[in-house]
Structure formats: C-alpha cells, structure tokens
Design a protein around this ligand. Structure first.
Ligand SMILES: Cc1cc2nc3c(=O)[nH]c(=O)nc-3n(C[C@H](O)[C@H](O)[C@H](O)COP(=O)(O)O)c2cc1C
Length: 176
C-alpha cells in the first residue's frame, strides 16, 4: 500500500544511477569534477548533458571553455570519485591528488582521463538554468573506449542518508 510522502522521501526512492568523472580545461587550468547529474538528450545529433552547480570551480571553467569530457568509471576508480567529489580545483590539482593522467583530446582542448575505460569529448551547444544547477548540454565529438571494457563494469552510486555507496550492475532479469 502506498502512502503520500514528502518530496524528499519520494526522490530518495528513485533507482540508482551511474556516476562520472568530468574533465575540463580553460586557460591552462584543468580540473575534474564528480558528476551524478548526467542525462542523454538526443541520439542524432548525439547530445548528452551534465548538471553543474554555479558554486563549483568546474562551472566557471566549462562556461568559459564550452567543452568537457565525460569519463566513465569502474571499481578501480572509487577513490578518484571520492577525491574529485570532495576537493575543489580552486586549491587542489585533482589529476595529481587522484593519480589520474590527462590525455590531450582530439576534438576538444579539454583533456580526457587515461585510467577511465570510456571518454566522451563534448562541445557545449546549450546551457539551461534549472533551479540550483545549470545543465550544460554537449554534442559528443569523439569517443575513446578501452576494448577490454564491458559496460557492466560501470560504477553506480547512491546516497543513503549522509553516506554514499557504490554498486555494480546486477543480474539480467529478462529480455525486452
Ligand atoms: C557522488 C557525487 C555526485 C556529485 N554530483 C554532482 C553533480 O551532478 N553536479 C554538481 O555540481 N556537483 C556534484 N557533486 C559535487 C562536486 O563533485 C563537488 O562539489 C566537487 O568538489 C566540486 O569540485 P570543483 O569545485 O573543483 O568543481 C557530486 C559529488 C559526489 C560525491
């Protein structure tokens, strides 16, 4: 039996989502941010988006450079996800702190992350203000994929109260 609940309680019950590391660079300053707010907006053209709060250092860098790279993470990158979601690029070189290697992109000047199994180079085509976040909608320009990577290895993340937990994709339940 369903009970009417607060907005917060309803939202808390939403299913688990992936988490990503987004890298960017502007004027010689590069950075990485942990991002849960990711959405797929269009297949053709290939449009994806990330929601970034204006208080983030990454927000300024993306606004100015109009480019970013979405990097998929697996379980080897859990500590990097924590570091990039806790420290600010204003006072920390997160590539160094999280022991991640920047690689020059082919279509954008934002670096992608070598240790991540999949990277999507994006150029911002639209910026949408939504409440406490701004969505940077980006057209995917190039992708880099580790051939050994299986999408089932992608990391999922869920806040439960004040604690965050990582999960992996579970078992297949049926065929559509
Ligand atoms: C699991 C997780 C998901 C996050 N998702 C987002 C997000 O979608 N958008 C956002 O603006 N901040 C998000 N954050 C917070 C930023 O990663 C965090 O504030 C970071 O330190 C900002 O770094 P910056 O100041 O270098 O940009 C998330 C943090 C964690 C741990």
């Amino acid at each position: 039996m369903k009970k009417t609940q607060s907005v917060r309680e309803g939202l808390r019950r939403l299913p688990i989502r992936p988490v990503y590391l987004v890298s960017m660079e502007h004027d010689g300053k590069r950075n990485i941010i942990t991002i849960g707010m990711f959405a797929f907006f269009s297949g053709n053209p290939a449009l994806v988006g990330i929601g970034v709060a204006p208080a983030r250092y990454s927000y300024d860098l993306i606004r100015k450079s109009r480019e970013y790279v979405i990097n998929v993470v697996d379980e080897r990158l859990m500590e990097a996800v924590r570091i990039c979601g806790e420290y600010s690029g204003r006072d920390t070189d997160k590539f160094r702190k999280a022991k991640l290697t920047p690689v020059e992109g082919v279509k954008v000047s934002a670096p992608y992350i070598q240790e991540c199994p999949v990277s999507l180079e994006c150029k911002v085509v639209q910026e949408v203000e939504t409440g406490d976040h701004v969505w940077f909608i980006g057209e995917v320009q190039a992708t880099h994929v580790n051939e050994d990577y299986d999408w089932k290895q992608g990391l999922l993340f869920k806040w439960i109260g004040k604690d965050g937990f990582y999960y992996r994709v579970g078992k297949q339940m049926g065929k559509y």
